[in-house]
Design a protein around this ligand. Structure first.
Ligand code: HEM
Length: 395
C-alpha cells in the first residue's frame, strides 16, 4: 500500500501524521531508519529501573561492538490496578481500564475456561494452517543461500526454496499517546447535571463504560450493563465469556464501543452469528501492549500486536472496524476510544462530523464533537523470526 494511503487508512493524519512521529516516519530514513528492534523485559516497575538499566547496558555493549547504533529507546511498564485497600490487582492502561484480558487462544495450546474457541495457529505463526485452511505467505530464501541447511524447505510441492518465516510472525509496533486530561474533561462535561451533581461520578463511569464496552474494572457491559461488577471484571474465567448476537441494537454494549468494534465476535452480521464469528476470527490480534510515561509527562500505550498478515489483521481492524464512520449502521461515528476522531490539526475537520451514540430506550444518547483522544507518535512493522531463522540470520 502506498504510504500516503496507508497513513490515511490508519488515521495517521493531523497531529498523528508520520512526518511528526518520533520514530518510523518518513524523516527517519537513512541515518535514523530502524532495521532492528530489541525488546528487553524484566520484573519490577520503572521506579526500580536500576535492574533494567544494567540489563540494557550489557546488551548495548554487545550490539555496539557489532556495529549497531541506537536510533530510538522507549521505556514502558505495566500499570497496576490498585484496590481500595492499596494492594495491586492486575494491570490497566492510562485511561484507567483494566487491560490485557482478551487474547485469542491458539489451537494446540491450553484453552482456558471462559476464553474464546481456539483459532488456527497460522493466524499468528507462519508455517501453519490459518482460518482459511491455507498456509500464510512466508518470506523465502534461495536454497543456495543456506549452505548449512539451517532453514526448513518451503512446504510447497516442487520448490527447493528455504522457508525463512516458519515459526516466525509479524510484529506491529505503534506508540499511541493518550490524552488523559481531554478524556476526563470530555466525560465530566457530558455527565454534569446541575440538578443532580452528586450523580455526576456515576454517570461518568457509565459513559466511560459505554465507550469502551467494559467498565474500568474490566467487567463487560454485555454481562452487566447497568452496574459495575468489579468481581466479574477481574475474574479471568468469566470476564471474557460473552457474545454480542443477543444484543443487536447495542442496548447493553454499544455497537460503537472499542471492544465491539475491535472484535465484533458473533454480532457482526445481524441474525447470522456463525458467519459473524467466522469473519471476526479472520481478523484477530495477539496484543502485548505496555503503557508508557515519558520524562516530559506524555503518556500512552506502546501498542504491540502479533499477526501473520498485517494487512488482513492489524490494518483491517484499524481501518475497517475502528476508523470506519459507517460501522454498525452509523454514519459519522468512529471508535470513541482509539479512533481518528476530531483533530483540529486536520485541515477542514468539522467537529460536527464526529459523534458517539449510546443506544437506549426510549431514547438514545448522541454526543457530537467527539475529540480524538489517542494520537500516533511512531510506529513500524517488523518480522519476528523463529529460532531457526534467527540462527540463519546470525550465521
Ligand atoms: C491507546 C489506545 C488503546 C487503548 C487505550 C485500548 C484499550 C483497550 C482495552 C482497555 C481493552 C479491553 C481489555 C481486553 O479486552 O483485554 C481493549 C481491547 C482490545 N483492543 Fe484496544 N486499546 C487501544 C488501541 C487499540 C488498537 C490500535 C487496536 C487495534 C488496531 C486495539 C484492539 C483491541 C482488541 C482486538 C481488543 C480485544 C477486544 C475483544 O476481543 O473483546 N486496541 N483495548
Amino acid at each position: 500500500m502506498a504510504e500516503e494511503y496507508r497513513a490515511r487508512a490508519l488515521g495517521d493524519t493531523g497531529s498523528s501524521a508520520p512526518e511528526k512521529w518520533q520514530f518510523g516516519g518518513p524523516d527517519a530514513r537513512g541515518e535514523r531508519d530502524i532495521h532492528l528492534v530489541l525488546m528487553l523485559f524484566t520484573h519490577g516497575n520503572l521506579d526500580q529501573s536500576g535492574s533494567m538499566d544494567a540489563y540494557h547496558l550489557r546488551h548495548r555493549q554487545r550490539y555496539e561492538a557489532h556495529g549497531l547504533r541506537e536510533v530510538f529507546i522507549q521505556d514502558a511498564c505495566l500499570l497496576p490496578m490498585v484496590r481500595d485497600d492499596g494492594t495491586e490487582d492486575g494491570s490497566r492502561e492510562a485511561f484507567g481500564y483494566r487491560d490485557g484480558m482478551t487474547q485469542p487462544t491458539l489451537e494446540g495450546t491450553h484453552h482456558k475456561p471462559g476464553q474464546s474457541a481456539p483459532l488456527k495457529a497460522g493466524e499468528f505463526i507462519l508455517g501453519y494452517e490459518n482460518e482459511y485452511g491455507q498456509l500464510p505467505f512466508t518470506p523465502v530464501v534461495p536454497a543456495e543461500q543456506d549452505p548449512q541447511g539451517l532453514l526448513p524447505v518451503l512446504d510447497v510441492k516442487g520448490s527447493s526454496a528455504k522457508d525463512l518465516g516458519r515459526n516466525g510472525s509479524y510484529l506491529v509496533i505503534r506508540k499511541l499517546r493518550q490524552d488523559v486530561d481531554a478524556f476526563e474533561r470530555f466525560l465530566s462535561e457530558h455527565c454534569h447535571d446541575p440538578e443532580d451533581p452528586e450523580g455526576d461520578a456515576a454517570r461518568k463511569e457509565l459513559l466511560a463504560a459505554k465507550m469502551m464496552g467494559r467498565w474500568r474494572s474490566g467487567a463487560p457491559l454485555s454481562l452487566c450493563p447497568e452496574k459495575d461488577d468489579p468481581g466479574l471484571g477481574k475474574d479471568p474465567a468469566r470476564n471474557n465469556d460473552f457474545c454480542f448476537e443477543s444484543d443487536p441494537k447495542g442496548l447493553r454494549c454499544p455497537l460503537n464501543s472499542h471492544v465491539r468494534r475491535s472484535n465484533p465476535r458473533d454480532g457482526l452480521i445481524p441474525g447470522d452469528p456463525k458467519e459473524s464469528l467466522k469473519i471476526s476470527n479472520r481478523h484477530q490480534l495477539l496484543r502485548r501492549g505496555r503503557p508508557y510515561k515519558d520524562p516530559d509527562g506524555e503518556q500512552g500505550l506502546m501498542f504491540l500486536a502479533l499477526n501473520a498478515n498485517i494487512r488482513r489483521q492489524f490494518e483491517f481492524v484499524q481501518q475497517t472496524w475502528m476508523n470506519n464512520p459507517k460501522f454498525g449502521g452509523h454514519y459519522d461515528s468512529r471508535d470513541p476510544i482509539a479512533g481518528d476522531n476530531h483533530d483540529p490539526a486536520v485541515e477542514g475537520s468539522d467537529p460536527k462530523a464526529y459523534s458517539v451514540t449510546i443506544p437506549g430506550e426510549p431514547v438514545r444518547q448522541r454526543i457530537t464533537g467527539l475529540p480524538r483522544f489517542v494520537h500516533t507518535r511512531g510506529g513500524g512493522y517488523f518480522f519476528l523470526p523463529g529460532i531457526q531463522a534467527l540462527r540463519f540470520l546470525a550465521s
